[in-house]
Structures are given as C-alpha cells and as structure tokens.
Design a protein around this ligand. Sequence first.
Ligand SMILES: C[S@@+](CC[C@H](N)C(=O)[O-])C[C@H]1O[C@@H](n2cnc3c(N)ncnc32)[C@H](O)[C@@H]1O
Length: 211
Amino acid sequence: MGIARWYDETILPKVISLGCGSPEVDELRREVVPLAQGAVFELGCGGGFNQQHYDTLAVTSYAGIDPNGRLLEAARKRARDRGWEVDIREGRGEDLPFPDSAFDTIVCTYTLCSVDDPARVLSEMRRVLKPGGRILFLEHGKAPDSGPARWQQRIEPVWKHIAGNCRLTREVSGTIRKAGFEIEPIGQGYFEKAPKWAGWMEWGAAKHLGA
Ligand SMILES: C[S@@+](CC[C@H](N)C(=O)[O-])C[C@H]1O[C@@H](n2cnc3c(N)ncnc32)[C@H](O)[C@@H]1O
C-alpha cells in the first residue's frame, strides 16, 4: 500500500472525525439537517455525523455516497445501530449513480470543499434533484476579509494534502448560485473554535428553480 493510500485509509478518517465530530459543529448541523424532507440524498455522507439530526418522520428514504470506504463503514454501523434502513454507497459526487429527479432534498455538509470538480458535482446534484427541491448546505470556504483570505491562499497548497483534498479558497454560496440555484441563507460567520483561515462558514438552502 502506498503512503498516500495508507494515510487516506487510516489517518484521514480520524482527522475528519476530529474536525467534524465536535459539539460546536453539531450545533450548526442542527440548524440545517432537520429541514430535510421526502426522498433525501446526502453527498459525502462521511462517517454519518448527520444521521442523528434527521427528522425521521419527515424523511421517506435516505441515500448517501462517499468515496472513503472506512468512513462508510462507520456510517453504515451508525444507521444499523439506529435501526434505520438506508442506501449508503461508495461513490463520487462528480458521477452520481442515481436517475434524474430522484430526490426532494440533498444534504451537503463540509463536502463541496473536498470534491475535485465542484461545478460538475453541482450539475449532478441539480440533475438528481426534483425541480423545486432543495440542497441544504453547511460549508466552510473563502473568507470575505482580505487578511484571512491571504492566509487561506498560502496554507491551501499544503492543507489539501493533509485534509483529504479540502480547499480553503472556494466560495460557498457564490459557487452554488452560479450552478443555477436560488440561495435562501440561514447563517454565515467565522467559527469561534477555529482560526479564521479555516473557520469561515455559510449555511442555508439552495432551491432548484427548474429548467
Ligand atoms: C470534511 S468531510 C465531511 C463529511 C460529512 N459530510 C460531515 O459533515 O461530517 C468531507 C467528505 O467529503 C468526501 N468527499 C471527498 N471527495 C468527494 C467527492 N468527489 N464526492 C463525494 N464526497 C467526497 C470525503 O470522503 C469526506 O467524507
């Protein structure tokens, strides 16, 4: 096994769990994930940290994908422990294994920062979402202030290698809007528990307006 693969399979899942599993991050998840309803798809479902926040009375079905097999094992175990029937598959957002207009809601938390091709992933999300459906997003990204933004540019070339391809300089709402969605913001701001270069967050809903 090469060192990059060893890192991705053994160390990276622990790094992601540390960063994404904190109670403070959970507070933000609580503002977004319970809004999911109908047929739900979660992009980059990771280790399943969002599962506890779904309103299972409002969700009629749940599908998730993620390219990291180790995280998927944890996500499937969480679902089993909750007695929740789910369709969790290995896959990438750039090529979603679902038919057109399959979902009412897509949940996307801390994932658009890590995909290889955000425009293609958003176009795939638009394809599998029903017209009128919504993406519920909670993402970190490019800081609006010049000081932290400069640090993001300096740190990103190293950071992306240790943090699973995570980029610091991607715009959140701007990128989603460009892909043809109407943004309904819920919140934005610097996360208190992180340095500003890692802590700019935006969360809300993005509506698929139809053809
Ligand atoms: C920071 S983690 C967030 C995990 C989870 N969404 C959460 O909120 O806890 C980023 C996730 O994006 C996944 N990811 C990376 N590239 C991806 C891609 N091309 N398509 C879908 N997911 C991807 C990673 O495997 C990882 O689980």
